[in-house]
Design a protein around this ligand. Structure first.
Ligand code: SF4
Length: 473
């Protein structure tokens, strides 16, 4: 269903300013979903606020990937109890990956009875209907309204586990953004043993290349300079489409669009990376020279238990092949420490892989059991203190590797997209193609959103500072 076909008849009077607050947890996919939620709310007449306390509608877009993220959501929802007492007319919603799980929904219903709306990851288009239901519920006390109400199939909690998602048609209103995201696919078929995503986001489904091209072209025309293609495993893009197309072919199509822009993408799965894809990334000027390639572990024993379907040798081969063609291309990765049955010897293999791969930065996580996953049935036998020790050891090693990677850019010219004016002293910042942040002094506001040539004049750990060489580059 196309969102604009949903009858949006809420009690919202256009003259009255209604404010909505959106809090996003977790990955870029959630950030992209929140963008869609923002568009839906704007279409309804809401204005977005950053101040939770002044909002009439509060929505938490939750993440279920790690226990910590889940605890944070519960903690923050619990704090809303006071606000709801003070402002009983406020509407509170929770959506995202957490609410795709029935035990979580039960907990929310039991412990946070003041939450009005719960919905999942694939049903953003019904948000207006859900908000309307809440308004109608409140108006039931009003005799005038009671009659209308009979006709409405009203559910205060509407938890939908829909899988036939309308992925092509959610509203795209992203004008005047310097950078943004496009979801090219949804769900995942990989079932890594520690991961809840395939259960909460469903099976892999790619969007048609025609609709992606249209959306992409529109964004470029409105001045967008950097577009990140999102998917749980972008390398398998196109496999579910009738008209087969590979991710490399999609990249070729999108980069043929006229305009000065660049493309990023995430996340890549090592098992699906091809030489053809690497060759395209290396040779195509519009594709950023950065690949986020989660390895998770350097031990083949642990990789097998994680159901990752590649070996450390295959992973390192990809890095080696790429670096021979593009020595400065930046690789980043994810690593889980303390997976069930992991020994120090396994962990040492991770350390040796990290030293060999020379990532520009790493996202490190302590293993946490997720109910319903395959690994949840494995004995979590690594003591928490050991996990912390391993994590610290890993971080210490990576710190030097990152610093050495950044140092390579000292004295070099890089092309930076200026994203944000940082402070009153006119220090702005942006990223280069390798996804490294560059701070630039003496930068004026009118350069925001422009590509500039910058000379890197200093480096300290992961901080690069530079001076602008050419304003139009
Ligand atoms: S590829 Fe693995 S880790 Fe990534 S979303 Fe799918 S199951 Fe989870």
């Amino acid at each position: 269903m196309y969102i604009m076909d949903v009858p949006i008849k809420t009690n919202i009077n256009k003259k009255i300013k209604y404010l909505a607050f959106i809090k996003t947890y977790g990955c870029q996919q959630n950030v992209s979903d929140s963008e869609k939620i923002e568009n839906v709310l704007s279409a309804m007449g809401y204005q977005i606020t950053n101040v939770k306390e002044e909002a009439d509608f509060i929505i938490f877009n939750s993440c279920a990937v790690r226990k910590n993220a889940e605890l944070r959501v519960f903690g923050n929802v619990s704090q809303l109890r006071k606000l709801k007492k003070k402002k009983p007319n406020i509407v509170i919603a929770i959506c995202g990956c957490m609410t795709q799980q029935s035990h979580i929904v039960k907990k929310i219903r039991k412990d946070f009875e003041f939450v009005d709306i719960i919905f999942g990851t694939n049903t953003i288009e019904i948000l207006p209907k859900l908000i309307k239901s809440v308004f109608l519920k409140r108006d039931i006390k009003n005799k005038k309204f009671a009659q209308n109400f009979k006709d409405i199939n009203f559910k205060p909690f509407e938890i939908l586990q829909k899988t036939d998602i309308s992925i092509e048609n959610l509203p795209c209103k992203k004008e005047n953004k310097i950078k943004t995201f496009i979801s090219i696919m949804h769900g995942c078929n990989n079932f890594c043993s520690y991961c809840i995503v395939p259960y909460v986001r469903g099976r892999e489904l790619s969007r048609k290349s025609e609709s992606l091209l249209q959306e992409f072209e529109k964004l470029v025309k409105t001045g967008c300079k950097e577009i990140t293609l999102l998917g749980q495993n972008v390398n398998s893009y196109g496999k579910t489409l009738d008209k087969k197309i590979s991710f490399t072919e999609l990249l070729r199509l999108l980069t043929k669009i006229e305009g000065d822009f660049r493309i990023r993408f995430m996340t890549s799965h090592p098992k699906d990376v091809s030489k053809e894809l690497i060759d395209e990334i290396v040779s195509n000027k519009k594709i950023c020279k950065h690949i986020h390639l989660p390895v998770q572990s350097g031990s083949n024993k642990i990789l097998e238990k994680m159901n990752r379907k590649y070996t450390r040798e295959k992973y390192l081969k990809i890095i080696d092949y790429t670096r021979k063609k593009a020595p400065e291309l930046s690789f980043t990765s994810d690593i889980i420490v303390g997976f069930p049955s992991e020994t120090y010897q396994d962990f040492e293999e991770t350390l040796s892989l990290v030293k060999e791969a020379k990532f520009s930065s790493l996202f490190t996580f302590i293993y946490s059991k997720r109910k319903g996953t395959l690994a949840a049935d494995m004995r979590d036998n690594v003591p928490y203190q050991t996990k912390i020790q391993w994590l610290n050891e890993l971080l210490k090693i990576q710190k030097n590797i990152s610093s050495n990677f950044y140092q390579k850019f000292l004295g070099k010219r890089v092309r930076v997209l200026l994203e944000k004016e940082k402070n009153k002293k006119n220090i702005a910042f942006g990223k280069n193609s390798e996804n490294l942040t560059v701070y630039i002094e003496d930068c004026s506001e009118f350069l925001l959103g422009k590509f500039v040539q910058v000379k890197i004049i200093s480096q300290n750990n992961r901080v690069l500072r530079g001076k602008i060489l050419h304003k139009n580059s």
